[in-house]
Design a protein around this ligand. Structure first.
Ligand code: ATP
Ligand code: MG
Length: 424
């Protein structure tokens, strides 16, 4: 079981400094809007995933300018050489896995050697690490955000891809390296395409694009294979969780991975009904992307943008009735499907690690009706350490949370105000 015992933050978003001894059971974080509740959970998420769930650039986590100030940090504003940057640190106990505590640290600092911008430095047990993937898996978490409730219907494909990649990387830390290699090559290629003055390529440009396409085909095949392996393992948990939530009233939904330009490639139904390209090995995916990239090269030069790859893929769910949940699910179905997806993520991670992850629940109870609140709470592992934020909390939910999650241990209530945390 993973437990965060201590958190230290410095210049993290609106939190100037924090030294926090957390409860190993349920930490309820209360506070008005814009006080720092989500920021606290984001710090934990960052150490668990080595990336934020709210921004793509680490420097946005650094407190903007002089406090109090809530203007966003802009890339265009170079870091002042005097700034200390931001510190995010936590001590994690892995009961039954490691005898020693694990210390995870991230520092977001101004770039050195006269360069502008920022750099992120990670340490594991005080030792610097070179690659983010070395930190993944050290601090397993599963998060539920109120915005996740829009994951299927209303959410954007990039949110679904972000969720899928973050969940995949917790089981397979190399996924984050594959993804980052892919994104770097893709960025390079898009940069080159934007520089083209005519769709007619010179022989030099053609040669560079071919090299980039070869690198892309390899990295794309690794990214998609990682995602599909994850979904394949997730699918039975997803079906089981949905049946549990809906007490088998509805037919099982089906989870699909959609490859851009193709229809269905992966389904959570039995392997006999796998459609199209499902079940391809990484080498076969590489051959597939090599062909696709060659076919689309003309179009890419014309549109000056890459047209194929897993950065355009999506996931979707088909209801038992055959209708697409992304377009036709009712409010209630949509919420149950998302809860089933998140509970399946939790079940799979627990089964894989043989350990209970830390749960991060951000403002999620307020968005759920009483039935789904109970469904969520009843299906969470009772012994897990929980961080849960809310602006208000009623007596019924407190009582059920206490009995469900903390098994005789008291609920610890924290209050956050203007980035300062105190025991209530
Ligand atoms: P809500 O209940 O509305 O969700 P919250 O307590 O979860 O509120 P947070 O998202 O944690 O609020 O944000 C708290 C404050 O931190 C906001 O005022 C936000 O503008 C501010 N903030 C965000 N990023 C930075 C930053 N880099 N520097 C300084 N302040 C920031
Ligand atoms: Mg919030």
């Amino acid at each position: 079981m993973a437990i965060v015992t201590q958190v230290q933050l410095k210049n993290f978003r609106n939190i100037p400094a924090l030294q926090w001894d957390c409860s190993p059971h349920c930490n309820l974080i209360l506070g008005q809007n814009a006080q720092g509740k989500t920021n606290l959970l984001e710090a934990l998420y960052f150490l668990s995933h080595t990336k934020s769930n709210r921004c793509s650039q680490d420097y946005e986590l650094v407190t903007a300018g002089e406090l109090p100030c809530n203007t966003a940090v802009s890339e265009k504003i170079p870091a002042s050489p005097k700034t200390e940057g931001c510190l995010i640190q936590a001590t994690v106990q892995r009961l039954g896995i490691h005898t020693m505590d694990t210390q995870l640290e991230a520092k977001i600092l101004p770039a050195t050697h006269g360069k502008s911008g920022w750099r992120t430095q990670f340490r594991l047990n005080q030792q610097p690490i070179k690659n983010r993937s070395q930190l993944l898996g050290q601090f397993p978490t599963v998060s539920f955000y109120s915005t996740d409730l829009l994951l299927l219907r209303g959410g954007l494909p990039q949110h679904r891809r972000h969720w899928l990649d973050a969940a995949t990387a917790q089981l397979n830390p190399l996924h984050i390296s594959h993804l980052s290699t892919f994104q770097k090559v893709l960025q390079h290629k898009n940069h080159l395409l934007r520089q083209l003055h005519s769709p007619q390529l010179s022989s030099d440009q053609q040669a560079v694009l071919e090299v980039l396409n070869t690198q892309l085909a390899t990295s794309m095949s690794l990214v998609i294979s990682g995602r599909l392996r994850y979904l394949e393992a997730l699918a039975p948990h997803f079906e089981a969780c949905y049946s549990k939530l809906c007490a088998a009233v509805e037919e099982k939904p089906t989870l699909y991975y959609k490859v851009a330009g193709f229809s269905k490639v992966f389904t959570s139904k039995s392997s006999a009904s796998l459609v199209g390209l499902a079940g391809l090995s990484p080498a076969e995916w590489e051959a597939h992307y090599t062909d696709r990239l060659t076919q689309t090269m003309g179009l890419e030069c014309q549109r000056q943008q890459s047209q194929t790859g897993p950065h355009r893929d999506d996931i979707s769910v088909e209801l038992g009735t055959g209708l697409l949940a992304n377009r036709f699910a009712s409010q209630g179905q949509q919420r149950s499907l998302v809860l089933a997806l998140k509970l399946a993520e939790l079940a799979l991670l627990e089964a894989h690690l043989q350990e209970t992850p830390v749960l991060l629940l951000d403002d999620v109870m307020a968005e759920l009706d009483p039935i789904r609140q109970q469904q969520l709470l009843q299906n969470l592992p009772h012994q897990a350490q929980v961080f849960i934020t809310t602006t208000h909390w009623d007596a019924t939910t407190t009582a059920s949370l206490e009995t469900l999650l903390t098994a005789n241990a008291p609920l610890t209530i924290w209050e956050v105000s203007q980035g300062q945390l105190r025991l209530k």
